[in-house]
Design a protein around this ligand. Structure first.
Ligand SMILES: Cc1cc2nc3c(=O)[nH]c(=O)nc-3n(C[C@H](O)[C@H](O)[C@H](O)COP(=O)(O)OP(=O)(O)OC[C@H]3O[C@@H](n4cnc5c(N)ncnc54)[C@H](O)[C@@H]3O)c2cc1C
Length: 256
């Protein structure tokens, strides 16, 4: 594959998984290895009329994997996602050579609990963190901290990584996964937790003993969910330093 600029490289799609009509994952093979920490993002793009259209995407895969994985939501009138929506095995995309971002696990405060909160695609950075911790645990290096991941979606098929996360949670005592459906009336077979993140958060802060003294919180995805969650955490005594955030787009009024 030819190098197209100093900043970008071409990457080939090696597999695609569709989760819902507007949600899908791609695994790509970079030409040169992407170096990143779990939780970081890189930029994907396409070239159109001599111009590169690009956006940030959190990395789903672990740095311990050879391929790089992403989880997308189609924004129907968006500039980029309608292009990526048509990507399939063998398609080529552009990817920045550098990963970025400070949305990584807190290793400084000494907190032994990490509360990971997401709406739909906001689970991406957490899958990278969990996969990395699980791989290390399987090699005899358990993480020494607990992760509690709460993910909300309108309907259960939008979780995308539920089976993987539930299986890992069953295997590893340091991981708890709580998927919660906010429109159960559109998902008759769902028997799990219901409500938005904001509706169930207080309950799980209590039941898992996620206190400000022991916990760093991370919130990722829908900007309004982030604001609401930050408010709940602040009222529980979490300091600003103990709450990390990754907003995916500019706030709108309602959310899933
Ligand atoms: C650090 C970071 C990591 C990100 N990681 C991911 C990821 O893992 N997966 C992912 O799908 N997206 C992710 N995003 C969002 C992504 O960068 C794009 O903004 C998104 O894919 C839309 O791009 P677009 O060009 O199709 O739409 P644009 O042309 O950029 O946006 C069109 C309009 O839609 C709004 N919008 C953008 N995204 C959404 C959305 N999901 N729902 C509702 N409205 C929206 C925008 O505010 C704008 O008003 C991330 C963003 C950031 C900043």
């Amino acid at each position: 594959m030819a190098v197209i600029s100093e900043k970008h490289q071409k990457v080939k799609v090696v597999s695609r998984r569709d989760h819902a009509k507007d949600l899908w994952s791609l695994r790509v093979q970079p030409e040169t290895q992407l170096s990143f920490k779990p939780g970081q993002y890189t930029t994907l793009g396409v070239r159109e009329n001599g111009k590169i259209i690009e956006r940030a995407f959190s990395i789903v895969s672990s740095p311990l994997e050879n391929e790089v994985e992403f989880f997308f939501e189609l924004v129907p009138h968006g500039e980029l996602t309608p292009h990526i929506y048509y990507a399939k095995e063998g398609s080529e995309l552009l990817m920045r050579r550098q990963a970025k971002g400070l949305f990584t696990l807190d290793t400084e405060s000494g907190h032994r609990q990490h509360l990971l909160v997401a709406t739909v695609t906001g689970v991406a950075p957490y899958v990278s963190m969990v996969r990395t911790a699980a791989r290390k645990a399987n090699q005899g290096q358990p993480p020494g901290y607990r992760m509690v991941l709460i993910q909300s979606a309108s309907r259960s098929w939008e979780f995308a990584y539920r089976e993987e996360l539930q299986a890992l949670a069953e295997q590893h005592a340091w991981l708890e996964y709580v998927p919660t459906v906010s429109r159960p009336w559109e998902d008759a077979e769902w028997t799990g937790e219901v409500g938005r993140v904001e509706d169930v958060l207080r309950k799980y802060l209590d039941s898992f003993g996620l206190t400000p003294e022991t916990t760093t919180a991370y919130v990722c995805g829908h900007p309004q969910m982030i604001e609401n969650t930050k408010g709940i955490l602040a009222r529980r005594g979490f300091s600003k330093e103990s709450v990390r955030e990754e907003g995916y787009w500019v706030p709108k009024k309602s959310h899933k």
